[in-house]
Design a protein around this ligand. Structure first.
Ligand SMILES: Cc1cc2nc3c(=O)[nH]c(=O)nc-3n(C[C@H](O)[C@H](O)[C@H](O)COP(=O)(O)OP(=O)(O)OC[C@H]3O[C@@H](n4cnc5c(N)ncnc54)[C@H](O)[C@@H]3O)c2cc1C
Length: 303
């Protein structure tokens, strides 16, 4: 199936030359040949086979909060889930609470709603601006927890149709999981507990305050590098003298050295070049090879 056939079949669900960079939290970078937006399971079942059978590389995008897309146009089919994939429901089962979240739902929205309903164990996610699909794929985490701590099942749709992944199939590691293209996560199941809503909302407030005080605002993609075993990427970057270092439109944050900010109207290629410089300087000063947390589109994956 060619991209042209997908465009014909998809109608308004398929947008040509879509600005993908604008859909990332860096808000810079290039466009893709087509962006396919799927709002229903019927959409996925109808267009999925055309997407999977295309010779054009494909990318599933959540909120783009861990993506850096190179400047220029990329011959890629990007897929984005909305609508029916943003649901949130829960029920009691043998004393625990089973939460079913659509893969397109935002983590902070879910964290607030669950805490408000007195369901505890997911408050940490309020500060992670991703979707459930992106979070499960990256095993997002923070504040002493991560997705692996509560995920029990993930439902995906791929070339072989619908599939259910048990927790043990997901092979969660530090910011990694076994989920990879062509499997599109559609639903994520969590196991949480009943607790006190006031206390859970208090935790949410504290986390939001901590983030505001310790992390920069502006256009960024969160932590650029994973923390190496027994150390912190931010500390190593600071020790290398890179805090505040600028490369054209990109700058290492003064507030937290593991964040790179980019000027409005700036360039993803500037961000990538600065990531390379920071890695090089840290290697020179401490001998540590930092590994990026980001997923790169149109760039070599920095390893
Ligand atoms: C200000 C800020 C703070 C952050 N803080 C944290 C933090 O504390 N902890 C943390 O872990 N991360 C953090 N991040 C990074 C980011 O929010 C997480 O990695 C998040 O899980 C990415 O989700 P996303 O929907 O934005 O995914 P995207 O960035 O869109 O995609 C990331 C990866 O997930 C894949 N993917 C997305 N959706 C699906 C799907 N439905 N099915 C299969 N694969 C999919 C993509 O193909 C890609 O490989 C932060 C980012 C920012 C900008």
């Amino acid at each position: 199936m060619s991209v042209l056939e997908l465009i014909e079949r998809g109608g308004p669900r398929v947008v040509e030359h879509a600005d993908l960079g604008a859909r990332t939290t860096y808000r810079v970078g290039g466009s893709v040949r087509v962006l396919v937006t799927l709002a229903t399971r019927a959409d996925l079942e109808e267009l999925g086979p055309s997407i999977f059978s295309s010779a054009t590389p494909t990318l599933i995008i959540g909120n783009g909060s861990n993506l850096l897309v190179a400047d220029g146009e990329h011959e890629i089919i990007a897929v984005h889930l909305i609508g029916e994939f943003e649901s949130l429901e829960w029920h009691d089962e043998h004393g625990a609470v089973i939460v079913e979240a659509g893969a397109g739902l935002d983590l902070p929205v879910a964290a607030r709603r669950l805490a408000g309903a007195g369901l505890v164990g997911f408050e940490w996610a309020v500060g992670v601006p991703g979707t459930f699909g992106g979070a499960v794929s990256m095993n997002a985490g923070g504040h002493g927890s991560d997705m692996a701590a509560s995920v029990t099942l993930v439902r995906t749709y791929g070339p072989g149709g619908a599939r259910v992944w048990k927790r043990e199939d997901l092979n969660f590691g530090y910011r990694t999981s076994a989920l990879a293209w062509p499997e599109i996560a559609t639903d994520v199941t969590l196991r949480l507990a009943h607790g006190d809503a006031t206390s859970a909302l208090g935790t949410i407030k504290q986390i939001v305050r901590w983030r505001r005080e310790n992390q920069p605002g502006g256009q960024n993609g969160g932590s650029v590098f994973r923390n190496p075993e027994g150390d912190f990427a931010g500390r190593l970057i600071e020790a290398s003298g890179c805090k505040g270092l600028r490369h054209a439109s990109a700058v290492v944050s003064d507030k937290h050295a593991n964040f790179i900010l980019v000027d409005p109207g700036g360039s993803a290629n500037d961000v990538y070049a600065l990531i390379d410089t920071v890695r090089e300087r840290v290697r020179e000063t401490s001998g540590v090879d930092l590994v990026s947390e980001h997923r790169f589109v149109g760039f070599e994956q920095v390893r």
